[in-house]
Design a binder for this molecule. Structure first.
Ligand SMILES: *Cc1c(COP(=O)(O)O)cnc(C)c1O
Length: 348
């Protein structure tokens, strides 16, 4: 669907378009063949990305999905189990890639409302290899948790879940597509969230505003393996400095994520005040709105909002997601609340 210009597009934080500075950086980027590791801009981005999450090394890849799938492929053997939370992105939204691309069997943890796997739930989910059982190859966690509404999971809870796996010699991956949103919301450095895990994925193309690209990071040995798997998955890019240059500018957009969080809170407060819609206070930039009491389905709400000039997405039968980002400001949020208010009044 093409979105019309007056629409306040809250479908995702992926909808941002590159700033003038990003376009200029792309045009002026120093480039080389990155498969030969000759692209200085990509090399710099990988160094700066590793620094930003406190890992030894990092790899630039086309998408968050590829970043996660590379991590699964490097950490596991075909037939091993991949343990993850049942609403996690890797399980729900990546086309069963872990089984198709890496041959893993998925075991899910039910981590309750906020999707924070407890040490007990991880212990219960781990499978020890024996004559009958394949063994767990990887535990994957997610922070912020997308489907639960951008919940920021505190460092001690990530640590507690990760320790159980690592004590059993099972590596831990963090799908940190929005890990900087978590860091900003929790008031910690992203490296503190990443410290308890082995590898991490994050997106440059979401709240940070880059047009393309994600990072998968870990120690040197992991990134060396990951580079081979990126090639295997068709993600070896040539003069990628053209898209990495805006990515470098995106890394400077971490601190301003507080604005997105404030706008999300403003939106949730505004929506929650309306009759027929319930929107709990968000941790970060994702607002999840429930319309079950008014009997309004998300599908009807999304269609009516689109007609009224607000972009949003269906999350469940009566649940709709609104995401704030760097292309919307407080006035847009107030206008969105007004438009959604009219829509609800009409549908209820
Ligand atoms: C968006 C997202 C991804 C995938 O990133 P893409 O760049 O869209 O492939 C992975 N995990 C989480 C939690 C996400 O929100």
């Amino acid at each position: 669907m093409e979105i019309d210009e007056d629409t306040i597009d809250l479908r995702s934080d992926t909808v941002t378009t590159p700033s003038e500075a990003m376009r200029e950086a792309a045009r002026d980027a120093e480039v080389g063949d990155d498969v030969y590791r000759d692209d200085p801009t990509v090399n710099e981005l990988e160094r700066r990305a590793a620094d930003a999450v406190g890992t030894e090394a990092a790899l630039y890849v086309p998408s968050g999905t590829m970043a996660n799938q590379i991590a699964v492929h490097v950490h596991t053997e075909p037939g091993q189990e991949l343990l993850l939370e049942r609403e996690s992105h890797i399980y729900r939204w990546e086309l069963a890639g872990a089984s198709k691309l890496s041959g893993t069997q998925t075991r899910t943890i039910d981590a309750g409302d906020r999707c924070v796997p407890t040490p007990e739930s991880v212990r219960e989910g781990l499978v020890e290899e024996d004559l009958h059982r394949p063994g767990t190859g990887l535990l994957s966690l997610e922070n912020t948790h997308n489907y639960r509404g951008g919940t920021a999971i505190p460092v001690n809870q990530i640590t507690a879940a990760a320790e159980v796996a690592r004590d059993a010699d099972v590596p831990v991956h963090l799908d940190g597509a929005r890990v900087f949103n978590a860091a900003v919301a929790l008031g910690v450095d992203a490296s503190e969230i990443v410290a308890p895990v082995d590898t991490v994925t994050f997106c440059l193309s979401k709240g940070l505003g880059a047009p393309v690209g994600s990072i998968v990071a870990g120690d040197e040995a992991f990134v060396e393996d990951a580079r081979r798997v990126r090639k295997l998955f068709g993600g070896g890019m040539r003069q990628a400095g053209m898209i990495a240059a805006p990515g470098l500018l995106a890394l400077e957009n971490v601190d301003r994520l507080v604005d997105d969080h404030a706008n999300a809170e403003r939106l949730a407060t505004g929506l929650d005040a309306l009759d027929g819609i319930h929107a709990p206070e968000p941790d970060t930039n994702i607002v999840v709105a429930h319309t079950e009491d008014a009997g309004i389905t998300a599908s009807d709400l999304v269609t009516a909002c689109k007609d009224a000039g607000v972009g949003c997405v269906e999350f469940a039968e009566y649940t709709t997601r609104f995401t704030t980002h760097l292309d919307v400001d407080g006035d847009d949020i107030d206008a969105a609340i007004d438009r959604i208010g009219d829509v609800i009044a009409e549908l209820a």
